[in-house]
Write a protein that binds this ligand. Structure first.
Ligand code: NDP
Length: 444
């Protein structure tokens, strides 16, 4: 049995029921087989055994009082996965589906994503099974304060710097930051995605979506394609989806469908993003209300059916495993030529095989959605400098980072004889820097 298969087997055995974590580890480890053939010193130093084991996992009780005065209890998580190349960095997710396996898959992916950005940040992730939907402002604030009352002792500007993810946007980051400052008496860049009046960075809000489009632009260019004139379908209508849609439209694409966890809207004239932003960012309503403003558009229940809408480019920007083999086959048969992941692990392994065997441009999230964390790191830099860059300055840096990630991933794939395979390329390029740093730092 190969080194990779042995570690994979041990990991699955040791972490039962963490299916998303198994999926993420399997994809990364199997794509690294050619690296171990060339670099036996990694196996000797137990790099894989160590990289699949988080440096620290924190699970804690989050008690809070709802508006009726009832005691509510949620579970909080922070997984500090790997600090070989910098302090732990990764978002917080508030969603009822959150469990340790989900946080570990996200934290594991984050190690390689952060490495790919070329910036000095390690990997971590956290969150809670708290459901922000239907909660009052007061309840959201009380939850965030209780969550931070435990989390604060584990994080810090040079230790671990959380950010947003599903269910955690500027509002939640504000409440979390306020409580951190109150408990520690420190005004430091401990969270990213902050508001612009108290240390946030311009472009952070747009960064993941814009970064995805910058990455895809480069990948499309290599194959003689472009966003100009293309029909695009984007799942989700949250932070990543909205700004991916905005940049795609700026580049001349027509975005015809977007979704939320209930269903999707199809607007053959092209989605009016001002309506989506008003509904989702301001009023926190459902995507089906889009039809109140554009009655000629269609609404369909079952968000997963969004992939039946014919398109040239598909951008899954909602959640993990939202695009399966059947959906992938439908996309291919409808003439889709590129798929770029804005979400983390949105395509199942079977769907990815369909794309790869049909020569579809396929960009894995850990490379194509790295613009968010990259800009978070730029926010940390500005906080340390006590200085802010302009929108244009941050945007230009983000674009350069995304182009470099694409080049490094495609170069690594070429070097290992699998040209065009961005999954393997991204995994190898992200892994080497972390592995070499771990080798240099000894058995820790
Ligand atoms: P948001 O909470 O802003 O939006 C999430 C969107 O996806 C919403 O439209 C939501 O619908 C939908 N969604 C969430 N969960 C599900 C589900 N289980 N089934 C169907 N639809 C779902 O999150 P983000 O936009 O920040 O994150 C989206 C994805 O991008 C995630 O995978 C995240 O990990 C990834 N990502 C985010 C980054 C960031 O900077 N924010 C950075 C890199 C990756 P509804 O409102 O109905 O719940």
């Amino acid at each position: 049995m190969s080194y990779v298969q042995r570690v994979l087997e041990q990991t699955i055995k040791r972490n039962p029921s963490e299916f998303e974590f198994h999926q993420a580890v399997k994809e990364v480890l199997e794509s690294l087989e050619p690296v171990f053939a060339r670099r036996p010193e990694y196996a000797k130093a137990g790099i894989l055994e160590r990289i699949v084991e988080p440096e620290r996992q924190i699970i804690f009780r989050v008690p809070w009082l709802d508006d009726q005065g009832n005691v509510q209890v949620n579970r909080g998580f922070r997984v500090e996965f790997n600090s070989a190349i910098g302090p732990y960095k990764g978002g917080l997710r508030f969603h009822p589906s959150v469990n340790l396996g989900i946080i570990k898959f996200l934290g594991f992916e984050q190690i390689f994503k952060n490495s790919l950005t070329g910036l000095p940040i390690g990997g971590g992730k956290g969150g809670s099974d708290f459901d922000p939907k239907g909660k009052s402002e007061n309840e959201i604030m009380k939850f965030c304060q209780s969550f931070m009352t435990e989390l604060y002792r584990h994080i810090g500007a040079d230790t671990d710097i959380p950010a947003g993810d599903i269910g955690v946007g500027a509002r939640e980051i504000g409440y979390l930051f306020g409580q951190y400052k109150r408990i520690t008496n420190l005004y430091e860049g401990v969270l990213t995605g902050k508001g612009l009046t108290y240390g946030g960075s311009l472009v952070r809000r747009e960064a993941t979506g814009y970064g995805l489009i910058y990455f895809m632009e480069e990948a499309l260019k290599d194959r003689g394609k472009a966003f100009e004139g293309a029909t695009v379908v984007i799942s989700g209508s949250g932070n990543v989806a909205i700004y991916a849609a905005q940049k795609a439209q700026q580049l001349g694409a027509k975005v015809v469908a977007m979704s939320d966890s209930n269903g999707y809207v199809y607007d053959r004239e092209g989605i009016d993003l001002d309506i989506v932003r008003q509904l989702k960012e301001v009023e926190r309503r459902r995507i089906k209300d889009y039809l109140q403003y554009k009655p000629q558009a269609e609404y369909h229940e079952n968000f997963a059916d969004i992939w039946t809408v014919p398109c040239d480019i598909a951008l899954p920007c909602a959640t993990q495993n939202e695009l399966n083999e059947k959906a992938a086959k439908t996309l291919v048969s409808n003439g889709c030529f590129a798929v770029g992941e804005g979400a983390n692990m949105p395509c199942t392994p079977e769907a990815i095989k369909v794309f790869q065997s049909n020569n579809i441009i396929y960009a894995p999230g850990k490379a194509s959605n790295a613009g968010g964390v990259a800009t978070s790191c730029l926010e940390m830099t500005q906080n340390s400098m006590r200085y802010s860059w302009t929108f244009e300055e941050v945007d230009a840096k983000l674009k350069t980072i995304m182009i470099n990630i694409y080049k490094n991933a495609s170069q690594a794939a070429k070097e290992y004889g699998i040209e065009g395979n961005l999954v393997v390329g991204a995994n190898i390029a992200g892994f080497l820097k972390v592995a070499d740093s771990m080798l240099a730092q000894g058995v820790v």
